[in-house]
Write a protein that binds this ligand. Structure first.
Ligand code: CO8
Length: 357
């Protein structure tokens, strides 16, 4: 399988995830004054709201802050999922992985690379069998922990992004089995990454394929993309966000139409109703997604993570809670070196030199 690894001169100086974990704990090894200060800010700010971790995570500091049991939200920030993977495998059975770095000969001086994951089970239209999803989660987590990578792109191959969960694998399963196994619950691990994920959707994105795309942070549609939640035709309903994330993206009427009729919509329509952020010529889709990824990877890594968290938190909070969360995150970023660097660079009319600290 294809694993392209290029060394890059502008590797990140500090691993942002460990840095964040360090500051949440208040004194991670090597944490500087800024880190400790960041921790104090975050601690005092979050005392005003009740949070609790959803799983065993690196947020003990946060949970100890909140003694209240009236939490109405699940704190997902900085959580690492149960099966942390550490590094990318040499090859996978059902996906291709690649690290791509900016081409400096092309005047592109972006600091960070983009981790590309291509779903690769083309004969089955990338149907999401258990083994494919295991591969996907492993690679996503590996890129999330890779200091040289600032953004992740998930795309499809052949004529599909993914035509849904694997029907042949599911068809004979019984209730007791799927209930006891909590079938597909692990898919949500995709949403636990700290780095942004761009879905570059080519061809069919149906059922679980559409749901996977919606789990990502930015959804770009190739001109040949088709989206749909056809589970109703199989005697079931969407099970990985199709009734929940879709309504938040497109509103009740359109979401209802899609899940009740199973009809597909085009890339253009997906963009018009807010499911996709833009439509790109299919031949240029991956390059455009990677270009966007380079742009994100070039920003300060702490602020990027804070952006992702704040926007995703909006889906689970009331407006006043969300505004408070956003403001406190904003305040906390004043404890970072990147905030000082970014604002100084603006005033000095130069490009900022972010270090993710
Ligand atoms: N699962 C397994 N195999 C599939 C799937 C799938 N979802 N989709 C396509 N394939 C296979 C076909 O069986 C076929 O295999 P073979 O060549 O061996 O017969 C091959 O891919 C090519 O497919 P087609 O010949 O059908 O290709 P067409 O171009 O004629 O049609 C379609 C393409 C329209 C995409 C068609 O294949 C189709 O309708 N596929 C099924 C789409 C679907 O219903 N998706 C929803 C699945 S259910 C789901 O995703 C639930 C997720 C819930 C997750 C969370 C639960 C907790």
């Amino acid at each position: 399988m294809l694993v392209t690894i290029r060394h890059h001169l502008h590797r990140r100086l500090v691993a942002a995830s460990p840095a964040i974990r360090g500051v949440t704990a208040g004194a991670g090894a090597g944490a500087g004054a800024g880190d400790a200060s960041f921790s104090r800010h975050v601690s005092s700010e979050l005392r005003t709201t009740s949070w609790r971790p959803v799983s065993s995570t690196s947020v003990e500091a946060f949970s100890s802050i909140s003694s209240s049991t009236s939490s109405i939200l699940s704190w997902r920030a900085f959580s690492s999922s149960s099966s942390s993977s550490s590094s990318l495998r040499e090859s996978y059975n059902h996906i291709l992985v690649e690290r791509r770095f900016p081409d400096e000969s092309n005047n592109n001086s972006a600091r960070g690379g983009v981790g590309i994951i291509t779903l690769h089970r083309p004969k089955a239209l990338n149907a999401l069998c258990d083994a494919l999803f295991d591969d996907l989660i492993h690679a996503v987590q590996a890129f999330d922990e890779d200091d040289s990578i600032g953004c992740i792109v998930i795309t499809g191959s052949g004529k599909a992004f993914a035509a849904g969960a694997d029907i042949s694998e599911m068809s004979t399963r019984e209730f007791a089995h799927v209930y006891k196994k909590n079938m597909f619950a692990q898919w949500a691990d995709i949403t636990q990454t700290s780095k942004p994920i761009i879905a570059a959707v080519n061809g069919f994105a149906l059922g679980g394929g559409c749901e996977l795309a919606m789990m990502c942070d930015i959804l770009i549609a190739g001109s040949n993309a088709q989206f749909g939640q056809p589970e109703i035709n199989l005697g079931v309903i969407p099970g990985a966000g199709g009734t929940q994330r879709l309504i938040r993206a497109v509103g009740k009427s359109k979401a209802m139409e899609m899940v009740l009729t199973g009809n597909r919509i085009t890339a253009q329509e997906a963009m018009e109703i807010g499911l996709a952020s833009k439509v790109i010529n299919s031949d240029l889709l991956l390059d455009e997604a990677v270009k966007m990824g380079f742009g994100i990877a070039d920003k300060g890594g702490v602020a990027v993570r804070a952006c992702k968290e704040a926007v995703n938190a909006a889906e689970e909070m009331t407006l006043s809670q969300g505004l408070m969360f956003e403001r406190r995150m904003f305040h906390a970023l004043f404890a970072t070196k990147d905030q000082k660097e970014g604002m100084s660079a603006f005033l000095e009319k130069r490009k900022p030199n972010f270090t993710d600290e």
